[in-house]
Structure formats: C-alpha cells, structure tokens
Design a protein around this ligand. Structure first.
Ligand code: ATP
Length: 454
C-alpha cells in the first residue's frame, strides 16, 4: 500500500469536536442522553462500542494501579454520611462564582469566562447588565428515606476521594500494607456544573479514576514528583502524542485550601489545552479533618520505627470520560491518498489496541453458507479470548473501512481458499499489511500481536 500523501487530524480546518460527536453517534460510541425526548443537557450515554471502550480505559488505569504491589482497590458507595462533606470542606467551600445576565438570563462562571474577565460582559449577548458573582455550591442534594426534611439531606458525591480517606484504616488493616501505599477507585461523581460542555469533557455526571497514595510526612515531595512521572508515562504508553501533553503547575498563591503542591496534566483538546488529570500533594489535610469530625484516630503506627503519624496524601485524579475523549481525539486521523482515480480518504481511529472496542473483526468474503459457517465458528473461537465483531454485509473494502473507523486492529477474512488450507488472511489496521495465518493458531497470533504492539 502506498503511504498516504496527507494525514488530517482534529484541529485541522474542518475537523473539530463535532467531527467526533457525529462519528460517535453514527458508529455507536456516545449518544445524547434521553435523545428521543429532546436530550438532557450535558448527559451522555455510551453505546455498544463506547461502553466496550470505556471498560478498556478503566481496565488500563485499574491495572496500572492495582497490579503494583503497593496499591489496593476500593469501590465505595456514592452516598456517604453528610458529615463527610462538612469535614472535607465541600459543604462550605465547593462552589463556583455564578453570574446571571439580567438581559438574556444566561448563567456563567465568573472565574473562567473570558468576556467577563476582560470587560465584565455576558458571553452570550454582550450585555453589562449582570448580577454580582455569588457562590453556587456544585453538590447535588437529595433526600435519604421517605421523609424530605432538612434532616434527611444527603449529597451525591462530587469526588470519589473521600471514600478513600474514610476507609484508610479499613484498607490498611485488612491488606496489612505498610505506608507508603495507595488506594485506587473508579466511580461516578456528580457536580452541578454551571457551564458544562464540549461533549463529554465537562458533564454533571461523570466517572472518576482516583488514587490516593499515603506517605510519611517529609517523603511527600519525592512521591509527588514520582507520581507526576508515572502518570505521564501512562499516557505515553497508551498512545497519546507527547506534544499534545503538558504539565501546568499551580502557582503557590492559586493552590486549593488542602494542597501543598498541585499540577494539572493538560491535553491539547480541539478547543485548546485543558486539564485532563490533577496530581496533588494534599498534605495531611483530609485525614486530619476526618479525625476532627469523626473523633476517630486515623494515625498510622510505623511499627519498625515505633512512631505514629498522620500520613500525607499524594493524589492522582483523572476523569474517565475526559480521558476517553482525549484518546478519541488523539486517535482520529484521515489518511488522504491521491492517485489517477482521484482522492480517497480513509478514516482511522488509531487507538491503542488495548483500548479499541473490538480487537478483531471476522469477515467472510461472501455470504455463501460454505463461508459464513466456518466464519461464525471462527468468531466463536476468537470470542473466547477477545471482543470480536462479525460482519458479512457490503464489499470487503467497505467492511475494512468500517473497522478502521472504529479502531479495530485486526480484520480476519475467511475466503474460499480457507476451506482448503484452513487459514485466513489477517489484515492490520495501521499498515494495511496482510498475512496468512492458520485458523487453529489465530488466537495465539492475535494475542502475540496485541502484546507486541508499540
Ligand atoms: P475543572 O477545573 O476542569 O473543573 P477540577 O480541577 O475541579 O476540574 P478535580 O476536582 O481535580 O477537577 O477532578 C479530577 C478530574 O476529574 C479532572 O481532572 C477531570 O478529568 C475530571 N472531572 C472533574 N470535573 C469533571 C466534569 N464536570 N466532567 C468530567 N470530568 C470531570
């Protein structure tokens, strides 16, 4: 195959987030929530391919964390004791400055709206007839039990981290891990964001992947830097382009109340560099607060050195949906080839194979039963080890393109020769090279190829 003359990516003229929104809907990655009722703002559903890929994103993160010998997993409840949010500071301080436009009724955030920061103007209609900023708490409230009085108020968690802090002792004692060790969790969080948007970048319901690493005070700076590096390498391993990543360290006067040091890993989304993940040195703020509010000791006893201390916490926090979006943005490419027949564009979702929804597509060359029978059998054989899709409609060229567009790394074609040689043609997504492989050896072949990718 000749190399394409041109490669176009998101951010190039005519290719932006909308390109991805429409591909996502067309191919079953992400749909607008409650679409048949006109949709619900900023809520999205992951479709047949999206749900597979999201699981893969979570698995990649989960394994990077919990396969280490110093991190345990946790799956805490979304609903927590209301005192948790008092202790954490969320009831009093988890708010954004909200401004109302009195002309067009738009509501926006005072702290990140360019027209407001520059000339105190509404971003929608340009009016200067605006309310003063007032603090708007981002936590969703609900009621626990059948009585809706003030005593039954409970919150949907706005972050998963508090589950780690209140379970610090449970996890440490049950695992018998020694400090330094970490707790990792994946779960839904909810924030009543004033201005959600940019597809799945900022939503009101989202999934977080957070890890809290508990360390001895005095060693926190070392681990903070280690975790910055570890997280950077994770992104490179799963294929994000290095020049699309950068750290944005928080200047000391902009640090959150709990933080001793903080940085954002930023990714260059089509709308510009924006936060993907936060890496924070949270000091002993959280454990100290929970000790104060619960009256329970969360001190760690360092047996060999016979000393007690409240561990410091290094936190890594990334949104699963936001990372999903970053992987999609980075993977999307259009390969343009021009020859005597004209211009041809191949859309490829060049996802890391571990993240791709399907690893293999099985494509019988014809719809004749003598081929579809063995092809379906082969599909079942592959399904023992991989997420696999079967497609017998349209020309083989069209079917290859369908799989390229959703990132399937391997297409397997069952043809008439297969009936004699018991072999199939494996076509690779990126280079479009083809190889003949024995059917009996196919699972092993794919397994190896996936492992050796990079
Ligand atoms: P932002 O400044 O974007 O509001 P934040 O600094 O409040 O984010 P954290 O509280 O540090 O974010 O949350 C950790 C991660 O969770 C973020 O880096 C992001 O990936 C993800 N996240 C936070 N809020 C949202 C949201 N509303 N929608 C999707 N992901 C989110």
């Amino acid at each position: 195959m000749p190399a394409p003359q041109k490669i176009r990516r998101l951010g190039d003229p005519g290719l932006d987030l909308n390109t991805l929104v429409s591909l996502s809907k067309r191919r079953g990655f992400v749909f607008q929530s409650s679409e048949i009722y006109g949709g619900l703002g900023s809520c999205w559903d992951y479709g047949p391919l999206g749900s597979l890929m999201k699981l893969n994103v979570k698995r990649a993160w989960w394994q990077a964390m919990t396969r280490r010998s110093d991190i345990v997993g946790l799956d805490a409840a979304i609903l927590m004791h209301p005192m948790v949010w008092k202790a954490s500071g969320h009831v009093d301080g988890f708010s954004d400055p909200l401004v109302d436009c009195k002309e067009c009724k738009t509501r926006f955030r005072a702290d990140n709206t360019e027209s407001y920061l520059k000339d105190k103007k509404c971003p929608n209609c340009g009016s200067k007839n605006l309310s003063e900023p007032r603090n708007f708490n981002l936590m969703f409230k609900t009621h626990m039990g059948p009585v809706e009085d003030s005593g039954s108020v409970i919150y949907l968690r706005p972050e998963t981290a508090q589950g780690h802090f209140v379970n610090f002792m449970n996890c440490q004692q049950s695992s018998r891990y020694k400090v330094p060790f970490g707790i990792a969790a994946i779960g839904k969080s909810f924030r009543n964001e004033i201005t959600p948007g940019n597809f799945i970048f900022r939503t009101r319901e989202f999934e977080q992947m957070e890890m809290q690493y508990f360390v001895e005070p005095g060693t926190d700076e070392k681990f903070y830097h280690q975790w910055k590096e570890t997280r950077w390498n994770f992104y490179l391993k799963y294929g994000l382009t290095e020049s699309n990543l950068r750290f944005a360290d928080h200047p000391p006067d902009k640090l959150a109340h709990y933080a001793k040091a903080a940085t954002d890993v930023e990714y260059k989304f089509p709308m510009g560099f924006s936060e993907l993940e936060g890496v924070h040195n949270r000091s002993d703020f959280d454990l100290t607060q929970h000790m104060k509010f619960s009256g329970k000791s969360l001190e760690y006893f360092d047996e060999p050195n016979k000393k007690k201390y409240i561990p410091y916490v290094i936190e890594t926090a990334v949104g699963c949906d936001r990372l999903f979006l970053a992987f999609m943005c980075d993977a999307y490419r259009e390969e343009v080839t021009v020859d005597e027949k004209g211009e041809d564009t191949r859309i490829v979702m060049g996802l890391h194979p571990e993240l791709a929804p399907y690893k293999v597509a099985v494509l019988p060359l014809s719809k004749k039963e003598e081929l579809t029978g063995p092809a379906e059998k082969l599909r079942n054989q592959l399904a023992e080890d991989f997420d696999v899709v079967y497609d017998e409609t349209a020309s083989i060229g069209k079917r290859y393109r369908r799989q390229d567009e959703v990132g399937t790394p391997f297409c397997v074609t069952v043809d008439f020769d297969s009936l004699n040689d018991q072999a199939v043609t494996v076509r690779h997504r990126d280079k479009m090279t083809q190889e003949r492989v024995a059917m009996s050896n196919l699972n092993e072949y794919i397994q190896k190829a996936l492992k050796n990718y990079n």
